[in-house]
Design a protein around this ligand. Structure first.
Ligand SMILES: Nc1ncnc2c1ncn2[C@@H]1O[C@H](COP(=O)(O)OP(=O)(O)OP(=O)(O)O)[C@@H](O)[C@H]1O
Ligand SMILES: O=C(O)c1ccc[n+]([C@@H]2O[C@H](COP(=O)([O-])O)[C@@H](O)[C@H]2O)c1
Length: 215
């Protein structure tokens, strides 16, 4: 199957830059996971999330969206974007993983804006938002969180230390009726938002905070 079509973007996509550089575009119908993160630095936990989602959801691609700055985190500890892009590339192994500076190029910091920009630029692509369960626990504090949930289906990957808290979080309760059992996770990319699933993969303990503390 051809994943990418090289050449000019179609008229319907407009002239605006998309998730990929170099004149490449994502074919309509592709199932694409979006893994937003600070990657400060990247680590095996990110590869674990991306690979788990790829396998369990049957994704064609996972795009690692390197955030210019998490709006809820202190920026004094954030390494320059070029360093975090390079770090993400070290762990995003294989042709199905793509590291993107889209948010920096289009000037988005808030995920709700990013998802609007992404879906407008890539009509017909089946996107799924990916995140660890620590982020589900605090998801209700994100700007426009109900709009994010309405923008595309979401897959949450279990992370040590946040599993119980995330399962009882306001977002989990609000969208309980739209939860797809993990045994049926392959249906998620074709499901209508706010469908979501919670994947209890084997756990991975890696964290950027621990790496920074050790370094
Ligand atoms: N070990 C892990 N297991 C599950 N999800 C993870 C893991 N590590 C990171 N994630 C998820 O990957 C995404 C990007 O994470 P991020 O770049 O913030 O790394 P982090 O290790 O959480 O960083 P920090 O410790 O600085 O907060 C988030 O959705 C986060 O929940
Ligand atoms: O938009 C928000 O309100 C918001 C609040 C917290 C985190 N995010 C996004 O969540 C993703 C994971 O962030 P992080 O720092 O945990 O890697 C990343 O894409 C952030 O931009 C987004």
């Amino acid at each position: 199957m051809a994943f990418f079509h090289a050449g000019p973007a179609p008229r319907s996509a407009g002239p605006r830059p998309g998730l990929l550089r170099d004149g490449l575009r994502l074919e309509p119908g592709l199932k694409v996971g979006l893994l937003g993160g600070s990657f400060n630095p990247a680590h095996e936990g990110h590869a674990h999330v991306a690979e788990t989602a790829m396998q369990r959801l049957g994704l064609d691609r996972v795009i690692w969206l390197v955030s210019p700055q998490n709006p809820l985190k202190d920026d004094s500890e954030t390494a320059p974007l070029v360093e975090r892009m390079a770090s993400a590339r070290e762990f995003a192994r294989g042709p199905a993983m793509v590291v993107s500076d889209f948010e920096s190029r289009v000037g988005c910091r808030w995920t709700v804006d990013t998802l609007r920009a992404v879906t407008a630029r890539h009509p017909g692509v089946k996107f799924v938002w990916l995140m660890g369960s620590d982020n589900l626990a605090t998801f209700h504090r994100w700007r426009g969180w109900t709009d994010i949930a309405a923008a595309m289906p979401m897959a949450v990957i279990a992370r040590p230390g946040s599993q119980l808290q995330s399962r009882t979080a306001p977002a989990a309760r609000r969208y309980a009726a739209f939860r797809v059992p993990q045994e049926q996770a392959r249906l998620l990319p074709d499901a209508a938002a706010p469908a979501w699933t919670y994947l209890t993969a084997p756990l991975n303990r890696a964290s950027s905070t621990a790496i920074r503390a050790a370094g």
